[in-house]
Design a binder for this molecule. Sequence first.
Ligand code: SAH
Ligand code: SF4
Length: 442
Amino acid sequence: MENGKKVVTIAYGCQMSERDAETLTEITRDAGYKSSDQLETADLVIVNTCCVRESAENRILGKIGELKKLKEKNPNLKIAICGCMVQQPGALERLQKRAPHVDIWAGTHNLSDFSVLLRRAEQEEKVAEVWQEPKIMIESTPLAEKGKLHANVNIMYGCDNFCSYCIVPHVRGRERSRNPEEIIREINYLVASGCREVTLLGQNVNSYGKEFSPVYDFADLLHHVDQIPLLLRIRYITSHPKDLSDKLIETVAKGEKLCEHFHLPIQSGSNFILQRMNRKYTREYYLSRVQKIRDLLPQASLSTDIIVGFPGESEEDFEQTLAMMDSVHYSQAFTFMYSKRSGTPAAIMEDQIPLDVKKRRLQRLMGVQNQVSLEWRQQMIGKVYEVLVEGPSKTNPTRLAGRTRGNELVVFSGNPAIIGTLVNVRIVEAGSWTLVGDIERS
Ligand code: SAH
Ligand code: SF4
């Protein structure tokens, strides 16, 4: 069914937002829309939003402003703004006032209802729907775009952790785990259409299945996904350090396709700040988890998320975060300045840190991490790594690019016929962001 109409979908934020955007695109496909990336000729633009930091919100507000100009040129254009930003308590009214040109507003729990909202908007109605709770567990619609090498697969929704700075539990609701049979069915479907690598998504994958009886946890799920024929690699995000079990590390160590990469957000290296963040672990506990990983998987890569300038963070607290970078040797770190999110406990804490201090700390942290990441890549020189060939390199299309099991990006020369396969690559050079290698001839 095609009606000649085109949809452009834009996602901001995390992989879960990207995955939701894919679901929305899929729903519009069923309504006859063809996916496109040309805004000028679009009949429908969907923006799936993020509200984790103010900077994301500002970028999205800018985009909504741009879309207004587009609608002035093409009054038939329909605009849909969906997801986390719309779901925030009290946000809808404010957004509607600011952007009356938007046709559809939909919260995170309203994806399942999007086809109805779209039909109403097509009848020239302005619609807004923000349910406070999910009415049904939306089983992911399988990816429509066949032949994609990599796919994101939701294994759970929501978060119960309530870290004191974080808006996610307020906009994504309570933790709900999908049935393992459904997840495996979806991955089998994806593999049949050419997918070779999946990333299993959840805000805290280590608490997957905690409501299941009999017991079936994340390690059990990984073990079962590892058995799927033709699938080459399995990744997952995000592991909350407090719930990272020995069983999980052992399962990864024994697994065949389970990548030896742990994204283990530490957020801060100071116990005082960790406690105020409500992270429920100490730096010592975190380091003991890292040690367990290193004992069983010496070559595993670790990456992390860090927030600087959390309320009350002193220079000493910050120094402890810097010290963690040296102790753990992260291959990669995503670093953020603390951003006040209204409705969260940290937003009303005393001792908010001035912007110039946050900026200075972020600069210093990034400087240290760049050095640590470079050292990590340099120790890879001369060694051979299994690489999944993803396609032409973005920076040099005459070469190929792919990732190691540890998620490090490698560029090398080779015949495009090997795209989608595993090759062994010897690392010869460590650039500031990527590695350069040569395929090993067997
Ligand atoms: N569920 C994941 C992360 C979700 S949000 C986890 O617990 O690790 C992704 C990252 O955004 C977080 O790890 C944190 O580092 C950052 N973040 C979340 N809220 C933030 C805020 N208010 N200000 C700055 N960074 C924030
Ligand atoms: Fe936010 Fe913490 Fe939940 Fe991650 S675990 S989504 S940081 S509340």
